[in-house]
Design a protein around this ligand. Structure first.
Ligand code: SF4
Length: 703
């Protein structure tokens, strides 16, 4: 078969952000290869990325706008959206409406949505499913470093002598990065890997030491490490003195919670020898990276857990140097880009803060608006609670499926059934969320849309269209801008292309910046359309001082706080909000599997991906299975105080006794009781608002 064209683009799945070469063949099929020139993957792809070509079909696609069940023209749909939103705002005020976005959106979509809600509707009620993913890491970075800044590059992972992987099954969730780490360890067998995870996952195959911690006890472990480093004189006193505040209080808190190795071992339910071995490895290995993800973040104390990790790096000066640093890994392809443009309800665009009057003034002047919100909006979980109570009347959901993914998913479903106005832009006609929509707007899918995403190492890459827009599908940024124009804000939303939006976003990042703010891509603000088309992957900041981007940050040990010093935080560890008892004796852990993505609306199109795990499983240790008389392969019912799920029992020695694991992906199109988020309590971290998706007490019985 002859190749028609090959386009250089980026994978739409995880936060590794791999470069992809997509070739459309003459018969219309799409061939996928890894891009050897993309620095994130250097030609590699995982199973999901390799199968992208099988997921671009149009079966089940939403191809036309729909209002109240009837297909309508774009004009009619956009008029309806703007009129209904305006009516609600006039009657109940700007905070009666909300936008709920997604890490699947492009930065340009995010930017325009954020500008409309925060800048012109005048409400902070715009949040994103990144709240479920990275918000604890963000809150912790801001507390410790003064900004939401990931210091490291992927290359640092390859040159580290010790890699501490906490709360991440990278082998399945960030596979190409895991391949890079595996290769590095193969070349340098002395490189040590410690995995901290209640489960023995595929990632543990690389581990020199696996610590199957008691679920939720991570802060005791990292506080214990800080205390151990002090006791063994392994702190960098000079660094602390010159560059860090808060050391004494953080150490005191660490001593109180985690006084000794036996105390830590007891709190984390680990062998003392293993705790001692971890502490010894960290103490003696200068080039160490702590690589962490949802097992740390998705917790009612996620921010503190992240800060307990950051504390250990600040106390040893292991940040801003090759092969060293704290490194949070984002789950989604553009969770980072969303943060850059203010996709979280407490942020403004370009990493500025709603709570900061000078930031509000700056953004107001740049956007030429006098309507900018002065208060943060509702975070994801609270947004849907307010929708349920009627305080929020209308929500526009873009590129996400909250009826499957948000905790207490049945309450979310009820809220959407009852609300006055639900607008959904999506690529799929039938999802658990679209079926409740009053207005459905057909969005462009991967392969059809064009713009930028930012991966976990701050690298901005282009997603490029290589397929024609099907039916009447349009870009998300376009539909938001069209609604904004109809609401009376035509001048501010006069965008004609994704390049237009990106240039404005880049210009705002440099507007009156003078190195005051970390996020600065002003060197990209004057790109022509063709330069935007050709844009090569680049790590921010990209400004006058660093026109080719920046691989590593904080190399001068100047942090983004008022006095330039980083801050150690006194962490008082808290266990999960809900405790197991006689009625609900097991801890439910949720997470991804290797070959599915989110709520499976795309990956379920590729039969070979389904072969890995064809249906929802309930992984349970054989000892627990014996206690509850659960046969391998039989069906089991899980019940929590918030919901029910039926899944296939899978006996697994990798499961920690006393806990079960269920994947997050299945939706009710697969089976009526397949949504695991129905079981999860909507309790959140008080600072980040991130829900505790990893530790819900459940009961189990044969079904
Ligand atoms: Fe896509 Fe992530 Fe796989 Fe790379 S590792 S191909 S970004 S899913």
């Amino acid at each position: 078969m002859t190749l028609a064209t090959t386009t250089r683009t980026t994978c739409p799945y995880c936060g590794v952000g791999c470069g992809v070469l997509a070739s459309t063949l003459e018969d219309g099929t799409v061939e996928i290869q890894g891009d050897p020139l993309h620095p994130a993957n250097l030609g590699r792809l995982c199973s999901k990325g390799s199968a992208l070509g099988e997921t671009v079909g149009l079966d089940g696609r939403l191809l036309h706008p729909v209002v109240d069940g009837k297909q309508v023209s774009w004009d009619e749909a956009l008029d309806t959206v703007s009129e209904r939103l305006q009516t609600i705002i006039q009657e109940h005020g700007p905070d009666s409406v909300a936008f709920y976005l997604s890490g699947q959106l492009l930065t340009e979509d995010y930017y325009v949505a954020n500008k409309l809600m925060k800048g012109f509707i005048g409400s902070g009620n715009i949040d994103t499913n990144s709240r479920l993913c990275m918000s604890s890491a963000v809150a912790a970075y801001k507390r410790a470093l003064g900004s939401d800044t990931v210091p490291c590059s992927y290359e640092d992972l390859e040159i580290a002598d010790l890699l501490v992987i906490a709360g991440s099954n990278a082998a399945w969730c960030h596979p190409v990065l895991f391949q890079r780490i595996s290769k590095a360890k193969e070349l340098r067998p002395d490189m040590k890997v410690v995995v901290i995870d209640p489960r023995r996952t595929a990632t543990c195959d690389l581990a020199d030491l696996h610590l199957p911690v008691k679920p939720g006890s991570d802060a005791y472990l990292f506080n214990g490490l800080l205390n151990y480093l002090k006791q063994h004189d392994k702190l960098d006193w000079r660094f602390i003195e010159q560059h860090v505040d808060g050391f004494a209080d953080a150490l005191q808190a660490a001593k109180t919670s985690s006084a000794s190795i036996p105390a830590v071992a007891a709190a984390c339910e680990l062998p003392e020898s293993d705790v001692a071995e971890f502490f010894r490895l960290f103490a003696q290995t200068e080039r160490s990276i702590s690589f962490y993800s949802q097992g740390i973040n998705q917790s009612s104390s996620g921010t503190d857990k992240c800060n307990a990790i950051l504390n250990c790096h600040l106390a040893t000066g292991r940040i801003g140097k090759p092969g060293m640093g704290p490194f949070s890994i984002t789950g989604q392809p553009n969770a980072m880009g969303g943060r850059e443009v203010g996709g979280l309800s407490n942020m403004l665009a370009a990493h500025m803060d709603i709570d900061n009057p000078s930031h509000r003034d700056l953004v107001s002047r740049f956007w030429k608006t006098d309507r900018l919100t002065t208060t943060p909006g509702r975070k994801a979980v609270d947004m849907f609670k307010d929708l349920g109570s009627g305080k929020i009347k209308a929500v526009w959901v873009l590129a996400t499926n909250p009826v499957v993914s948000l905790p207490e998913a049945d309450a979310v479903k009820k809220a959407l059934e009852q609300c006055e106005l639900l607008i959904v832009s999506d690529i799929e006609q039938q999802t658990d969320t679209t079926r409740h929509a009053h207005v459905l707007l057909p969005a462009l899918a991967w392969g059809e849309k064009s713009g930028t995403v930012t991966n976990s190492e701050r690298r901005i890459s282009r997603q490029r269209a290589f397929l024609p827009a099907p039916g009447e599908a349009r870009a998300d940024w376009w539909m938001i801008a069209e609604v904004a124009k109809r609401m009376g804000f035509a001048e501010a939303f006069d965008f004609n292309s994704a390049a237009d939006v990106f240039r404005e976003h880049a210009a705002l990042s440099g507007f009156e910046n003078n190195n005051l703010r970390d996020f600065d891509i002003s060197a990209l603000a004057t790109m022509s359309d063709s330069q935007f088309e050709q844009l090569k992957p680049v790590q921010w900041p990209v400004n006058e001082a660093a026109p080719k981007g920046t691989a590593r940050l904080f190399t001068e040990h100047q942090f983004n706080t008022a006095n330039g010093k980083a801050k150690m935080i006194a962490v008082d560890p808290r266990l999960p909000a809900n405790h197991c008892d006689i009625e609900y004796p097991l801890v439910l852990n949720t997470g991804r599997i290797r070959d599915q993505w989110h709520t499976m609306t795309r990956t379920s199109r590729a039969p070979r991906l389904a072969a890995h795990m064809p249906e929802p499983v309930v992984e349970i240790h054989p000892m627990d299975a014996a206690t509850w008389q659960l046969k391998d392969g039989a069906l089991a019912e899980l019940t929590s105080r918030w919901g029910r799920l039926i899944g296939r029992v899978n006996h697994s020695n990798s499961q920690r006794p006393g806990s079960v694991f269920v994947p997050i992906h299945w939706n009710s199109q697969f089976a009526a009781l397949a949504r695991v988020a129905t079981l999860v309590n909507a309790v959140t971290d008080p600072l980040s608002g991130q829900p505790e998706l990893k530790q819900t007490p459940v009961s189990i019985r044969a079904f």
